[in-house]
Design a protein around this ligand. Structure first.
Ligand SMILES: Cc1cc2nc3c(=O)[nH]c(=O)nc-3n(C[C@H](O)[C@H](O)[C@H](O)COP(=O)(O)O)c2cc1C
Length: 189
């Protein structure tokens, strides 16, 4: 069967957006941030959103390390060549998991990912830009972040999210209509 040509990707229309939840389609990605700090009130709201995320078997085996110290952020870059956002971000939240105490350790990666999305959406709702950056499963990244933040050996940092005001206009593909019916299957594949 001949392949269908790629559909043109269009921004989601303003009217259409009203039916979507804020925070998802207006999420902005930034890798360069202004020096404006994120307020403690906003940090608390972002953390509450993270704790509201679902986990497998309700195991809730994550922990969140809030980093605001720029020297620590620069240390976290060791072993992670794709983490330039750490140079300027005023806030980084590291999502770490505890495989040894988790009831379902095989689900921890998904738990961390879902908590990350909650953080991204809440940050977006507060008008803040963000970028998620993976740590696990790369050993060099796990070691670099663990060493910088004194994370004990039985706790594994999985993903970190830089958050702040973007230095310039932040862009994101989140507002692009990526809906692709070829990737959606109803009832049978
Ligand atoms: C699991 C995961 C890991 C990512 N790791 C990095 C990373 O190490 N460094 C980085 O700059 N961006 C990272 N990103 C951000 C993606 O590059 C970005 O979300 C993607 O390009 C889509 O852009 P958008 O968020 O603007 O839609 C990661 C995103 C995800 C979901």
């Amino acid at each position: 069967m001949a392949e269908e040509p790629d559909k043109e990707l269009t921004p989601i229309a303003a009217g259409e957006k009203t039916n979507y939840s804020d925070g998802i389609f207006d999420r902005k990605t930034a890798r360069q941030f202004s020096s404006n700090k994120v307020t403690q009130e906003h940090i608390d709201l972002i953390l509450k959103a993270a704790f509201a995320a679902p986990t497998g078997g309700n195991q809730r085996s994550w922990e969140f390390i809030v980093v605001t110290d720029k020297n620590l952020m620069l240390d976290m870059k060791q072993g992670n060549s794709y983490s330039q956002a750490l140079d300027t971000a005023p806030l980084v939240i590291v999502i770490a998991v505890s495989p040894q105490t988790a009831a379902y350790p095989e689900l921890l990666t998904m738990d961390a990912g879902i908590a990350a999305q909650s953080i991204l959406v809440q940050a977006s709702k507060l008008g803040l830009a963000s970028v998620p950056m993976s740590i696990a499963p790369q050993k060099a990244r796990i070691d670099g972040v663990s060493r910088a933040l004194h994370i004990p050996a039985d706790i594994v940092p999985h993903i970190m999210i830089c958050i702040g005001q973007p230095l310039t206009d932040a862009v994101s593909s989140a507002s692009t209509n990526f809906y692709d019916e070829r990737k959606v299957h109803y009832n049978r594949y």
